[in-house]
Ligand binder design. Structure first.
Ligand code: ADP
Ligand code: ZN
Length: 304
């Protein structure tokens, strides 16, 4: 859609979006339909340098609202003194960074703020693989593992926000790897993230494509977590992305293990007969996160 043609004589509505990752930042402007018009990507360095790039990009546009999907953990409690902060991240210099406050200093617009995976879940719900459904989860398996959830058409929040990448799982009896989560050792992220694969097998995931045992074990762990998410949230669609999922043999292995772990307990044809359409790749591909941040901007604008 072309924003210039939107409405009759209406002012152009530019929405800003930030997908803030621990490795890279994506900044974009787009429209209400999830179309991205311009985007830039740069590596995540210090907060000062990274924010300079962010502000320089958005300065070129007359924004109506901004959405931020951020790596975390983040403080999403609007009544908290540290609302809008990145809190206890092990990522150097970013702990206790006032992300929303810093953006507000430069841009006087409504700001939507959520986790990167909640943003991606929202993007997929509006424009991707979960369109028209009331619920879904979005899982990313990359440098870390994170999960965002839509429940009854709303993003799921709680005391803080769910951290479903750090759940405890049952170890495979033949796997001696101790796990590499700095907080929990052998939680899901500690056993199945990209860096965990690299540490266990001594090579990056991309170089292990031909090693079937690598992806069989990876699917064993991811499928356990997915079975748990199904039992706890009963999502209508499970979307799974991130760098590690570039291994195409993973998805069929995951589906097979999920059915094994559930063992006939959840009697629904979606799982028993149509699992290929139930556990899927992102409909928006690599754009789930940035489109989700656009969606957060729309929510912030509409709430105003
Ligand atoms: P981030 O989590 O930082 O946003 P990604 O989702 O791209 O970034 O995840 C990066 C992780 O994915 C790295 O640990 C990397 O080794 C792994 N990875 C990237 N490409 C592949 C691939 N083709 N096969 C397996 N693992 C991959
Ligand atoms: Zn952990």
């Amino acid at each position: 859609m072309n924003v210039e043609n939107e409405g009759s004589g209406a002012k152009n509505v530019y929405l800003g979006a930030i997908e803030a990752g621990g490795t890279k930042f994506v900044c974009a402007v787009g429209d209400r339909n999830g179309n991205v018009r311009e985007r830039v990507t740069f590596p995540t360095t210090t907060p000062e340098e990274t924010m300079r790039h962010v502000i320089d990009f958005f300065r070129q546009y007359d924004l109506s609202a901004l959405g931020i999907g951020s790596f975390g953990p983040v403080d999403l409690n609007r009544n908290s003194a540290t609302y809008g902060y990145i809190t206890s991240t092990p990522k150097q210099k970013w702990a206790n960074f006032n992300f929303v406050g810093e953006m507000k200093r430069h841009l006087n617009v409504p700001i939507g703020f959520d986790t990167d995976v909640n943003a991606a879940a929202l993007g997929e719900h509006l424009w991707g693989a979960a369109q028209g459904l009331d619920s879904c989860i979005y899982i990313t398996v990359g440098t870390g593992i994170g999960v965002g959830a839509i429940v009854e058409n709303q993003l799921l929040h709680g005391l803080t926000h769910p951290e479903m990448g750090h759940i405890l799982i049952r170890r495979h009896p033949d796997d001696p790897f101790p796990g590499n989560c700095p907080f929990h050792g052998d939680c899901l992220e500690g056993m199945a993230s990209g860096p965990a694969i690299e540490k266990r097998w001594g090579k990056k995931g991309a170089e292990l494509a031909g090693r079937t045992e690598v992806w069989e074990l990876e699917a064993f762990y991811l499928a356990q977590s997915i079975a748990n998410y199904i039992l706890i949230l009963s999502p209508e669609k499970i979307i799974i992305g991130g760098g590690v999922m570039k291994q195409e043999q993973l998805l069929p292995n995951i589906r097979r293990h999920v059915i094994d772990f559930l063992h006939g307990y959840v009697q629904h044809e979606t799982i028993l007969q149509h699992i290929d359409e139930y556990i899927v790749s992102p409909g928006l591909g690599d754009n789930a996160g940035i489109c989700g941040a656009l969606a957060l901007a729309i929510q912030a604008l509409d709430k105003q």
